[in-house]
Design a protein around this ligand. Structure first.
Ligand code: ARG
Length: 392
């Protein structure tokens, strides 16, 4: 008698593919259910995962989670200006969705465990483990537990009739969702190596981008992007359209050394055209409508929110409390931001909002509606203590 059914988070890549026979041969499971979750990665990736899962697993499920991913996780990241060490995080936002779907299917299938193909070196293992354990299920991570080399994996896949993509074609480890694409591994592991142009799929090299800039206008309602150039557009479609437009102008490329949760430094390359534009626009709109105190305090909240989201700790009570704070501030973040995209750069051209805390009548050098003499009294108290100290 084996251990019954196990659900496997499945991308169709080499690691998750060899997990199917490994879970039976080395772990004693009788039935492996593969789950591919669509969070906006390329259609060909999803098709490949579906076809492969159907071929090699006992049962395969592909779940379309694009809208919940965008509406629950990406929108939240926009509202919290979610970024880690300076880049718009993406992989971290999708992991809870993928793990959550696997847990849901594990329950339906009566499985006591969920498996994933993460290694023991990255952040993804922590994000998956957290979600699975928080749901009371057991975690199985064959790649991490068996200490396998890539050579061994390729031979093992061959023995089990699992097609392996030609190694030359896939020298990188790529993770993709509609918000971002990450490329790591292979020669990129040498931080002094210059990334070849071929790793970039969503962005044109800035120097090859059109000589004519593009302009785009983004409208937000309560911190959520709702329209592109005045046309109401659903979240997922808006992101895809902006990825295309901004990517064509070379916006949203990133090559950096990043600190993983475990403390390892890693060289990572990212593409996130829509995220770059939307975060720039959202930050700018916040500056128009939030008070100085809100902005100052929220910067710290955004930072803490990003740290928790990066770790995938979406059930952490503090994460929920920070979301409540962010939600409260975002009731004011409605308005439109116009931007220009040009050779890898995005620049805000103008912004407007019915909630603007801005009055040209008050601030203008040409207006007299505010009596400048009122500032004299304010100024008498201004810096009082510092002035007294200087005099002693
Ligand atoms: N360093 C990023 C993160 O931890 C991206 C990891 C991407 N994973 C991958 N298998 N390529 O969020």
């Amino acid at each position: 008698m084996g251990k019954g059914t196990i659900v496997l988070a499945f991308s169709g890549g080499l690691d998750t593919s060899i997990c199917v026979p490994l879970l039976k041969e080395r772990y004693g499971y009788d039935r492996v259910v593969t789950v591919a979750v669509d969070v906006g990665q390329s259609e060909s990736d999803i098709r490949m995962a579906t076809e492969k899962g159907e071929r090699i697993a006992d049962c395969h499920v592909t779940v379309d989670a694009r809208d919940p991913f965008v509406e629950e996780h990406v929108f939240r990241a926009i509202r919290a200006n979610g970024s880690y060490e300076g880049y718009p995080m993406g992989t971290a936002l999708a992991r809870p969705v993928i793990a959550g779907e696997c847990v849901r299917i594990a329950r339906e299938e009566g499985a006591a465990a969920v498996a994933h193909g993460c290694t023991g070196k990255g952040n993804d293992q922590l994000r998956f483990d957290f979600m699975i354990r928080a749901s009371g299920l057991e975690v199985v991570a064959p790649i991490r537990e068996q200490n396998l080399t890539r050579e061994w994996e390729i031979d093992y896949a061959d023995e089990h009739g699992i097609p392996v993509p030609v190694r030359k074609e896939t020298p990188w480890s790529v993770d993709e969702n509609c918000w971002s694409r990450s490329i790591e591994g292979g020669r990129l592991e040498d931080p002094s190596y210059h990334p070849p142009e071929e790793i970039w799929h969503w962005t044109t090299a800035p120097e090859q981008a059109p000589d004519i800039p593009a302009e785009v206008s983004i409208s937000f309602e309560e911190g959520v992007p709702v329209a592109l150039d005045g046309r109401l557009t659903k979240g997922f479609d808006l992101i895809i359209a902006l990825n295309r437009l901004a990517g064509a102008h070379g916006v949203g490329r990133n090559d950096m050394v990043e600190d993983r949760v475990l403390g390892l430094k890693a060289r990572e390359c990212y593409e996130h055209p829509a995220a770059t534009v939307l975060l720039a626009a959202h930050r700018d709109l916040e500056r128009l409508v939030l008070t100085r105190s809100e902005l100052a305090f929220k910067a710290g909240v955004d930072e803490k929110w990003s740290e928790l989201a990066y770790m995938g700790l979406v059930y952490e009570p503090l994460y929920c409390a920070l979301n409540a704070f962010v939600d409260e501030t975002q009731t004011a973040v409605t308005g439109t931001v116009d931007l220009r995209l040009y050779k890898g750069c995005v620049r805000v051209l103008g912004r407007s909002s019915p909630n603007a805390l801005y009055s040209d009548d008050l601030v203008s050098f040409d207006s007299t509606s505010l009596d400048q003499c009122s500032a004299i009294g304010f100024s008498e108290f201004f810096g009082l203590q510092a002035r007294m100290r200087r005099r002693t």
